[in-house]
Each structure stands twice: as C-alpha cells, then as structure tokens.
Design a binder for this molecule. Structure first.
Ligand code: HEM
Length: 613
C-alpha cells in the first residue's frame, strides 16, 4: 500500500528522504529553463513571460521589509521562542534558545535578518531540516480521515487550515486518508513552489473526476490532463480564451448579458420594490439564483456564441437542472478525494453514484449544446454573433474553425469550461455585492471611478474597464478574502527547501490561499475590504507593499486558470453595470459564514438591497 501511494504521488523513499535531508539540495533552476521557447508570446493579455515575471520579485522582496527597512520582530510577525529540547526544538535543533520570526521577506533569528536565500542555502543552524521534521497534524492518515468525517472538517477545511497555521507555524504536513500534502502560506515560499513547477506543471488530480471520465469513456480536457498532452490542448485554448484578441472578441458578449441582467433587475425593483416614487424604489432579495443564471447565460454566450434565454420569462428547466448538477458535482467532490474512487464504485457507494450522476448530467447538457452549435456552424450559412473582426461563433466556433483539436478533444475541453465557468463566478459575485453593500464608502469610491470611466468610454466596455482600476481591485479583494479554490497545488520537479525544510521532488505542496488572504503577516489590516490596496501607486509607493505572489486566486504561470480572462471580465462588467444603476446595502453586516465544497461559498446566500440611483 505504502509503495503504491509513494509511486502514485511520486514520493521518494522515506529512507532516501532522511538520507538526503542533510545533504545536497538542488536549488531552483534558472527561470528561463522553465519557459519553453514555443510558449513565448508578445500578447499583452496573456503572456507566459509576464505570467512568470513575479519570479523576479526576489531581491527586493527578500532583502527589504514591507516598509523598506530590515525587519525587526514586531507583534505583526510570527515570533516563537524556541528552546532546544522542547517540542518546538524541531524548528531549530539543538543549541541555545533562539527567537525565530518568519516574515514574507525572510527569517529573523535573534533579531538579525537571515534572508530567505541565505537560510535556504545553509539552514538556520547550518543545515536544512528533514522532511519528516516538518510539523504535522498526525502521521496516521486514516485516523485523520475519521476526524475529518466526525467533525465535518471537509466543509470547514479553510478554517481548519487557518487554525493549523496559527498552531504550527507557516508550514505543516497533513495526511488525510490517502492524500498527503505540505501546506504553506507565505508568498516567498509560494514563489519557490511555483519556480519548481517545471514545463508541465501538475496540480492535485481530482481522482473522482478522472475516474468518471475513464469509466464513461469520455476524453479528458486540460483540467485533468498532464504532460505534453495537457500542453498541446492548453496552447490551443489559450488562443481562444486568454489572448487579448480573444478577449476583444468575447467582451461585448459578456457586456450584453450583464446589461440584460441589470435591465431585468431594474424592472423587478420597479415592480416589487418599496418606495412611493417608482424611480427611487428599492428591493431586498437573495440575488444568488439570478447570479447563477447570469453566469450560465454568460458562459454559454461566450463558449457557444448563442444566448440560451435564461433571462426570458420562462427560463428552461434544462438549464436549471444543469446548475443543480454542477452544484451536486462540486459538493460531492471533496469527501471523495480522500478515498479511492474505484473502490467506492465497486461497492456502489451512494456518494459515488450521486457524483457520477451529476457529471453525466453535465456531460449530456454540454453534448446537446455542442451538437446544436456544431450543426449551426457547419450549415452552409454559418452563424454567430457579430463581433469585432466578423461573425463570432464563440470559443467552440473558433476551435472548430481552426481545426487544430479533434472534435472529441474540443468536446472534452468545452465541457470542462462549462462545468468550471458557472459557480466560480456566481459565488464571488455574491460575496462582492455583500462587501460593497456593507462598505458604503468603498462602494461610492468605486462607483465614482466607474461613472467617470463609463462616461469617457463612449459605450466601449473594454475602455470603460481600463479606466476603472478599482473594479479590478474589487475583484482581487473579493478573491483575497473569499478565494474560490482555497488552495493551489503543485508537485515540484526537483527538491526544494521551504522554511528551511527539505521538500523532495514529487511532494504535493499546497499554497493555502484562504489563510494567506487573512494573514496579518501578508496583508496590512487583512480583514478590511480595501480594493485600493491593489492599486499600482499604493503597491509601489506609499506603503511600499510588495504584492508579488499575493493575488493567486487564479493560480499562476502556464497552468493558471484558463477561464481567468472570461471570469475577470464577466465579474467586472456585471459589477460596473450594477454600480451605474443601483446603490447597494445589506440588511445585516455580520460576517458571512462560509463553507468549502470544492469551492468556497457562503453558508447562507447574503440578502442585498438594490436601490435605484
Ligand atoms: C473567479 C473565477 C475563477 C477562479 C477563482 C478560478 C480559479 C482557478 C484555479 C485556482 C485554477 C488552478 C490554477 C493553477 O493550478 O495554477 C483553475 C483552473 C482552471 N479553471 Fe478556473 N477559476 C475561475 C473561473 C473559471 C472559469 C470561468 C472557467 C471556464 C470558463 C474556468 C476553467 C478552468 C479550467 C479549465 C482550469 C484548468 C486549467 C489547466 O489545468 O490548464 N475557471 N481555475
């Protein structure tokens, strides 16, 4: 069993780990080696080179504190007095008691800054600690799994991580069932993780998803593929969803759907709202069902080039079923991650059946849409939406026209884009409306900028977004506090050192975004909703905050979210049109309780008051 999982997760032999721990550790290779020449592009929307530019953070970030001075321990940094022979001694080993503070910039030992680079090379006490010495939450994965089930930790994983970092420090190991990981949260460590991701970066494979494809004989798309297979699909998808030219094509489509959403909401506020004057009415609702419909309508418009009529008076039951199916698929994924899916399949576990049925529904929905769009596109007239540069048949139309991917692979990838494109944007929009509603001053600031920019843009949505950087900051801020995925994982292709511990190649390392976003070691006043913290002037001037490797909700580098440009523009456009028409407030400004299915969601969707401006 041990050797099976060791080979599955590409872990080195324990013996080898122990032997190599004190010995030579290969440091990250040159950045240029990670970027294949073929991947280089001048595209400003998605440039692999610029995707990796964050890696040039090092010298400034490593030698300066946030305030430009060498850091001395303050109560904002995590400081531990570690005495040899105590349980904490595993951090420093034998010797005199030491004060160890970890900062994003480096490690402070006895009041002196040891830059991360120096510490990495020789360790705090002259040697790098072994993998086994990393603080952990218990060696027995099965006992941990039991605890997870009993205490319902799957749904509270983000809070469990936050608590564990507070207790164990900025790095810990965790084994739950068959799944082992090293968890980190400091940007300097996260950058190290990404630097060692190699040419074909790998995330944790979602085994239940992969098993579903295998037993149903479906092809896999980029989400589930690895190696050269992943890369060749991904390069084709990038051209249709990530590059600037693609964004220019689909942005007006997203804008249309966002405007329709607001028109409908306006009608509803007028019809059902309170207030004597029709023009000034307000309505308090849970907007989440409408936001899901918006996200599905927007996805279909961009992917298939056609509207599916979810804003009509009688939206189809089929679409509603698709939304439910995605929700079931996401909710049933986390508990299945820790058990071998094929075993569950063999014993006919209800959880597995529910999961597979949800996927079947997603596939049949996508299949029907793809067939329709394919027939439409291959009919002699051709059709689509008029966009910059001619008729646009959506991402599907572009892929079919280019002919670089087989129809099977196009289907596999479009289905993944459909499955990944609805909840991921609808849920942050719920959080966003709530935060803007409970922070009226922030809301006014963003609205003022949006109004100015909209007036100057002459109806061009792209120009309007470019002139309102606070909107982009708002999205970053929402995803900092409520990251859709609470972790991003990688398997380093060579041994690395994190927090002075040796991490063998092939270990699953997780950047824990939820605890990072709320850590005062990483962000000033982390619980404040402050879109301005991401503005360039604030980043580079004023507070001298180094923001590299802090905004990672879409992942990073060549394997970052392929739907990123769709998601960012879709969410910004909707918020822009809402802010132009409504004032937002909330009946209760209590913090939202959150729950982690595969994505982070509010336990109960927040109610929002929309008042016509
Ligand atoms: C706020 C919205 C979204 C967030 C925060 C988000 C987040 C992420 C993250 C963290 C990853 C992993 C990246 C990595 O490993 O570095 C990812 C991958 C992916 N996302 Fe998204 N996503 C969002 C929206 C979307 C949308 C709208 C789509 C589809 C239209 C989509 C499709 C995908 C796919 C297919 C992958 C796999 C890419 C690959 O492995 O090459 N996502 N997303």
């Amino acid at each position: 069993m041990r050797s099976h999982f060791r080979s599955k997760y590409q872990l080195s032999e324990d013996r080898h780990q122990l032997r190599s721990a004190g010995g030579k550790v290969s440091l990250p290779k040159e950045l240029s080696k990670m970027i294949h020449p073929e991947n280089k592009t001048k595209d400003e929307g998605f440039n692999l080179l610029s995707a990796f530019q964050g890696l040039s953070f090092s010298t400034a970030a490593l030698t300066q504190s946030k305030h430009g001075k060498s850091p001395t321990p303050t109560n904002r940094e995590s400081c531990r007095i570690i005495a040899s022979g105590t349980s904490g001694s595993r951090f420093l080993g034998p010797g005199q008691p030491k004060v160890l503070c970890t900062t994003a910039a480096g490690t402070v030992v006895d009041g002196k800054l040891e830059t991360v680079k120096a510490v990495r090379k020789r360790g705090v006490d002259g040697r790098v600690r072994g993998f086994e010495e990393i603080p952990h939450t218990g060696r027995n994965g099965w006992i941990n799994l039991l605890k997870f089930w009993r205490e319902n930790r799957f749904q509270q994983l983000h809070l469990h991580m936050e608590r564990t970092f507070n207790a164990l420090g900025p790095i810990y190991r965790e084994k739950v069932g068959t799944l082992s990981s090293v968890n980190i949260l400091l940007p300097a460590d996260i950058s190290e993780m990404f630097k060692s991701e190699g040419l074909h970066p790998r995330r944790m494979t979602l085994e239940p998803w992969a098993t579903h494809r295998e037993i149903r004989n479906h092809r896999k798309g980029v989400f589930l593929k690895n190696g050269e297979e992943w890369r060749s699909d991904r390069l084709q998808l990038n051209k249709e969803v990530m590059m600037s030219a693609a964004v220019r094509r689909f942005l007006p489509l997203l804008d249309d759907v966002a405007k329709d959403f607001c028109r409908l909401l306006e009608d509803r506020v007028e019809r059902e709202g309170r207030g004597a004057e029709e023009a000034k009415r307000s309505l308090t609702i849970d907007p989440s069902p409408d936001l899901f419909r918006f996200a599905l309508e927007a996805s279909c418009h961009v992917l298939y080039g056609e509207r599916i009529g979810l804003f009509s008076s009688s939206p189809s039951l089929e679409s509603q079923k698709f939304i439910w199916a995605v929700e079931r698929m996401l909710t049933t994924t986390p508990p299945l991650l820790y058990l071998p899916p094929r075993l569950l399949l063999r014993v006919g576990a209800p959880l597995w059946t529910e999961h597979a049925t949800a996927w079947d529904h997603i596939f049949s929905h996508a299949e029907a849409r793809i067939q329709r769009a394919y027939q439409r596109l291959s009919s002699s007239q051709g059709s689509g939406t008029v966009a910059a540069g001619g008729l646009y048949g959506g991402v599907l139309g572009q892929l079919i026209e280019k002919g670089k991917l087989s129809l099977d692979l196009i289907k596999a990838n479009i289905t993944e884009l459909m499955a990944g494109g609805v909840d991921t944007t609808a849920v942050p929009l719920q959080f966003g409306l709530f935060e803007l509603g409970r922070n009226p001053e922030v809301q006014d600031r963003v609205r003022q900028q949006v109004k100015r920019s909209w007036a100057q843009a002459g109806g061009d949505p792209q120009k309007a977004l470019q002139g309102a950087p606070l909107l982009k900051g708002t999205i970053k801020e929402i995803l900092r506090l409520y990251p859709v995925g609470i972790t991003v994982q990688r398997y380093p292709v060579h041994d690395i050192v994190l927090q002075n511990y040796h991490i063998p190649a092939g270990t699953m390392v997780q950047a824990c975004l939820y605890p990072m976003g709320r850590s005062s070691q990483v962000f000033e006043e982390p619980l404040n909703f402050d879109p301005g913290r991401w503005s360039v002037s604030r980043e580079e001037g004023q507070r001298g905050e180094v923001m590299g490797f802090r905004s990672l909700a879409f992942g990073f580098g060549a394997r970052q979210c392929v739907g990123r440009r769709i998601a960012e523009n879709e969410m910004q456009l909707l918020l822009m049109h809402i802010l132009l028409r409504f004032h937002l407030s909330v009946p209760s400004s209590e913090d939202l309780q959150t729950t982690a299915t595969l994505i982070l969601q509010p336990k109960t969707p927040p109610r929002i008051t929309f008042s016509k401006l």
